[in-house]
Design a protein around this ligand. Structure first.
Ligand SMILES: [Ca+2]
Length: 318
């Protein structure tokens, strides 16, 4: 759901935003093509097992089955206040119209927005504050900072298992995501480069997880998307959960805490459109605030709001 970086893409987007507004009813309609119930008891038990195993060895992880070989990881176990490893991550900085969804936040590379918490997690925090340069933002009150990091130019992979254990923040207007985009973002542009959203949760739907793909001819609201609900009205923000995709040449499978809830194949994209998932992708983690999909924060939204990432691990088929 997030687009951008290339200058051409940003310009095209700015033009599109100036001449076309999504009907609000359409923009707010959950893009659910399939959904499944996950048994809460077994999912919780499974997550607990992974938590105990997470910091030991890869072999000890419940997700590291024998047929998967670890290719990349960040466990975020450095001292409190340490910024993400520059050998693995780059910061995206600034505000709209770069991001293309009428978002409010201004991303910085400060430790106040992105750093490790000393308890084994990366913390991405959205804060209400106005820094120099934020006065003329196109949307919102220009007083929200946050963080967005990517592995563009540092790590990319075609196919495999991509997983992250994450605790999202709760609050109207918040929009945390763990996602991936095609490494040809600057030459092909979005959405032709392809996008796989492993995890998106919007604050006004705190019990719903979305997994989605985007490509040319099936982007934005038309991206094939699946969702799953926490049982009994539970909120994702209440605990860490494991969000993953298994990406193969002909299909992509989404899991929550190891339980499949959505799958797409080449048959699920519009006839005549191109399957955009046959080249290397890079990873992204961010906490957006406001925008077309989640809507704006309100007086109930608590700041700072923090997205915690215990780890990101990537595997390939052994
Ligand atoms: Ca960790």
């Amino acid at each position: 759901m997030r687009r951008t970086t290339g200058r051409a893409a940003a310009a095209a987007l700015a033009l599109a935003l100036s001449t076309f507004a999504l009907p609000s009813a359409l923009a707010l309609t959950p893009r659910t093509e399939s959904s499944a119930a996950v048994d809460g008891t077994s999912a919780t038990r499974r997550a607990g097992t992974e938590s105990r195993d997470a910091e030991r060895t890869t072999a000890g992880s419940a997700t590291a089955a024998a047929d998967w070989e670890l290719t990349w990881r960040d466990e975020f176990n450095q001292a409190r206040g340490t910024k993400p490893d520059p050998a693995k991550w780059v910061h995206d900085r600034g505000g709209e119209p770069q991001w293309g969804n009428e978002e409010w936040q201004y991303y910085t590379d400060r430790k106040e927005n992105v750093s490790q918490d000393g308890n084994g997690n990366l913390a991405i925090s959205a804060r209400r504050e106005r820094l120099p340069g934020m006065e003329n933002c196109p949307y919102g009150p220009c007083d929200v900072t946050s963080g967005r990091i990517t592995t563009l130019g540092k790590f990319e992979q075609e196919y495999g298992r991509f997983e992250a254990k994450i605790k999202v923040p709760a609050g109207q207007g918040l929009w945390p995501a763990f996602w991936m985009m095609g490494n040809d973002i600057d030459s092909t542009g979005w959405p032709g480069n392809g996008e796989i959203d492993v995890m998106e949760i919007v604050g006004n739907e705190p019990s719903t997880l979305y997994g989605t793909i985007h490509g040319e001819g099936y982007s934005g609201e038309n991206g094939p998307s699946g969702s799953v609900q926490r049982p009994g009205g539970g909120k994702f923000a209440d605990a860490f959960h494991l969000f993953s995709v298994d990406w193969a040449p002909d299909e992509i499978v989404w899991r929550l805490d190891g339980v499949q809830y959505f799958k797409v194949t080449k048959d699920d994209i519009p006839a005549g459109s191109r399957w955009a998932f046959d080249h290397p992708f890079y990873l992204l983690l961010n906490l957006a605030v406001g925008g077309i999909w989640p809507g704006p924060p309100d007086s109930s939204t608590q700041f700072p709001a923090t997205l915690l990432v215990d780890y990101v691990r990537v595997y390939t088929k052994a």
